[in-house]
Design a protein around this ligand. Structure first.
Ligand SMILES: *[C@@H]1O[C@H](CO)[C@@H](O)[C@H](O)[C@H]1NC(C)=O
Ligand SMILES: *[C@@H]1O[C@H](CO)[C@@H](O)[C@H](O)[C@H]1NC(C)=O
Ligand SMILES: *[C@@H]1O[C@H](CO)[C@@H](O)[C@H](O)[C@H]1NC(C)=O
Length: 251
């Protein structure tokens, strides 16, 4: 099975992880134990499953049901699913309660979670909560633990435009989605809030400048990333760590 190596590496990482592997594991023990309980169930299921079926079938991928609150995609299945891990950036005009933070963009690495989405939606759904507690690898092109996902691109803002650049290397050219917001819903109450709340779930539609067949990008399963309600004691610019899953639709 194609997925087995991912699961085995998940198991290996969980056993091999040093005590300080997660930045703040103590706060996260419920989430982590739930996550690894699921992983071990899947590992035993995979061991029993002897069917040599294709294991990365994107036709099985569905947006989480909570995303029904966003405009529905026109395509039935996404092209790719990515785990995003990075920061939401904000500015404050001054450090008083009279000012509110202004969003100035996001910077995130995008890791290829397409096969995980096809086979293990439960793991995918909780992955941003785990990823939030993991610092990005110092080697830009390293895989992201604990699921050892491959880097597939970068998310950042070009001016005020949210960009998803999947032209990663000279040989890995998957195009660019330039987007604008087309819908937004508050993250569910169950989202990992971080200090100030989880950023909303979004539907982003593609605009001019897009390279490739991308039509829309959904940001779902968000963890943290929101700013405080006002600028009390905040510096003039600051970053809030976040993680989310991104679904790329196109034709
Ligand atoms: C679906 O297609 C219609 C017609 O082109 C368009 O108006 C609508 O915005 C699309 N919806 C999404 C979610 O992309
Ligand atoms: C946002 O924060 C990142 C660090 O996470 C930084 O590299 C980037 O320059 C910041 N971008 C803006 C527009 O402030
Ligand atoms: C993501 O991974 C799948 C499965 O390995 C692969 O087919 C696809 O090309 C990858 N997508 C990108 C954008 O790297």
């Amino acid at each position: 099975m194609r997925l087995a190596p991912i699961l085995l590496s998940l198991a290996t990482v969980s056993l091999a992880a040093p005590a300080n592997y997660f930045d703040d594991a103590y706060d996260f023990s419920d989430e982590l134990s739930d996550f690894y309980a699921k992983v071990s169930q899947y590992i035993s299921r995979v061991r029993k499953d002897t069917t040599p079926s294709a294991t990365c079938d994107t036709s099985k991928i569905k947006l989480p049901s909570f995303a029904l609150g966003l405009p529905a995609p026109n395509q039935t299945v996404p092209m790719y699913v990515a785990l995003g891990r990075g920061t939401q950036n904000y500015t404050c005009a001054d450090s008083t309660s009279a000012s509110t933070p202004t969003a100035i963009g996001a910077v995130a690495n995008l890791y290829n979670a397409t096969c995980l989405a096809a086979n293990y939606p439960d793991i995918l759904e909780s992955l941003p909560n785990i990823a939030l507690k993991i610092s990005l690898p110092t080697n830009e092109y390293a895989t992201l633990p604990p699921a050892n996902l491959d880097l597939m691109g970068h998310h950042f803002f070009t001016g005020a435009t949210p960009e998803f650049n999947l032209d990663l290397t000279a040989t890995q050219q998957f195009g660019i989605a330039m987007t604008k917001k087309g819908g937004q819903i508050n993250a569910p109450d169950t989202a990992v809030q971080g200090k100030y709340g989880a950023v909303p779930w979004l539907y982003l539609s593609t605009i001019d400048g897009t390279v490739g067949k991308y039509k829309g990008v959904y940001r779902v399963d968000t963890a943290s990333g929101s700013p405080p309600d006002d600028c009390t004691d905040m510096p003039s610019s600051f970053e809030i760590e976040y993680s989310a899953n991104y679904y790329f639709f196109g034709s």
